[in-house]
Design a protein. Structure first.
Length: 418
């Protein structure tokens, strides 16, 4: 459930006139300029409903800086989807180094900092909007901090173990001015590291807005659209990424997952619908493992799937396998069993729909059987409480940003810890 707000924002449906009367100041009568920064399909999907809510409100002037994997053919060139969605793209920044080495991400971050700072100087936004814990979030937060521009960060206060992104996420929180958290536990974590309560808004996960609003697609039609017959609903979804602390093991880890899934599919006449990994070092090793199954009758891999197709796949799958964050943050909304293989996502706040298991064929198969066929377990998951919101986050975020008095210095000056 989304926690109630404690800063006097009792009604989010506030007119521009009432906001002007309430806060005063010269900035409330002109459009607020918002620059959102996105670098990969997964976080754009979370941002999408927020961007839509902002664009629909005449009090805003919205533009996007599109970077990273969005501009990569190898990752499905998801820039095209952003263009199709009709958002104004202020800049397309090529900062993805496809080296598969540990230098890849810091080099890309350096390029992004250089280019994005010029974009920010040209657009001169009132608020920078970003999500998560990747290069885009830390670059945006650093630029906002140095250039005196408010940074609104979605997804702060979340925790994980063994991944370079975890300390980056908390660094972004210390550099950001407005925190839009996905769960009350996350909001509490930010208070523990000294963030002021008036900056913290627990809004839930905006990605759930997508799920709630996406139309249903019948399974037979879905099978035609993805060119893979899953009409009997006997399939699982696979999303597996490399872990920064285990890059050299990425290929072997994926081989283990695919071996287990192959045996399971052959025995029970199941299928696997899978997407390519993210851009982190080790991703090429995972793709090498995937390509060994290109001709498998049981598995099909996609560089990218449109939002409506993917959501309908998740609505109908028996389980999610791999190590994606959506297994933590979105699966509870689907009431879906999750088999998290390996150490990625360990330490994150989650409900009991997630089973954390090792890279072991026997363990994966045992968990697949339980997740797909144990009706008592599946019914138990259907009754769990989802702590990440109810699919109404976008409007809340929009109205929080709309209510900001840009003349009030309290938003710009962070409290000292000592």
């Amino acid at each position: 459930m989304v926690a109630p707000y404690h800063r006097g924002i009792a009604d989010f449906q506030i007119s521009i006139c009432s906001l002007s009367h309430r806060f005063g100041g010269k900035n409330t009568l002109r459009k607020k300029r918002i620059l959102a920064v996105t670098g990969i399909r997964s976080e754009y999907d979370i941002l999408f409903p927020v961007l839509g809510a902002i664009r629909e409100n005449p009090a805003f002037d919205l533009s996007l800086a599109v970077s990273g994997a969005h501009n990569s053919d190898w990752h499905g060139l998801t820039l095209k989807k952003i263009e199709e969605d009709g958002f104004f793209i202020a800049d397309k920044i090529d900062n993805l180094f496809m080296t598969n080495r540990n230098t890849q991400r810091p080099k890309g971050l350096g390029v992004l900092l250089y280019a994005l700072s010029q974009t920010v100087e040209r657009i001169n936004p009132d608020v920078l909007l970003v999500i998560g814990d990747r290069e885009e979030s830390i670059a945006t937060a650093l630029i906002g901090n140095y250039m005196g521009i408010l940074v609104a960060h979605i997804g702060g206060g979340d925790t994980a173990c063994g991944n370079a992104d975890d300390p980056v996420r908390f660094a972004v929180s210390k550099l950001s001015h407005i925190h839009l958290t996905m769960a009350k536990r996350h909001a509490d974590n930010l208070k523990k590291i000294g963030e002021e309560s008036f900056r913290i808004f627990n809004v839930g996960n905006p990605s759930l807005d997508n799920i709630r609003k996406t139309r249903q697609i019948p399974l037979k039609k879905l099978s035609r659209l993805i060119d893979f017959d899953i009409s009997n609903r006997k399939f699982v979804v696979l999303i597996q990424h490399p872990l920064s602390s285990e890059v050299e093991e990425a290929n072997a880890q994926m081989q283990t997952t695919l071996t287990a899934l192959g045996a399971f599919c052959k025995k029970f006449d199941f299928k696997v619908v899978a997407t390519y990994p993210n851009t982190d070092p080790g991703s090429r090793d995972i793709v090498m493992a995937i390509r060994q199954y290109d001709n498998s009758p049981y598995m099909k891999f996609y560089k990218s799937l449109s939002r409506d197709l993917f959501i309908n796949l998740m609505r109908n799958t028996k389980a999610l396998v791999g190590n994606s964050s959506m297994g933590i943050l979105e699966a509870p909304f689907y009431r879906l069993p999750v088999i998290n293989v390996g150490n990625r996502q360990k330490g994150r706040y989650h409900t009991e729909h997630v089973k954390f298991i090792s890279h072991n064929v026997t363990a994966i198969n045992k968990c697949l059987i339980k997740s797909c066929f144990d009706e008592r377990y599946r019914d138990y998951i259907r009754r769990l409480t989802n702590p990440f919101g109810s699919g109404t986050s976008a409007e809340k975020i929009r109205d929080i940003i709309l209510s900001l008095n840009l003349d009030d210095k309290k938003w710009y000056i962070k409290k000292k810890l000592c």
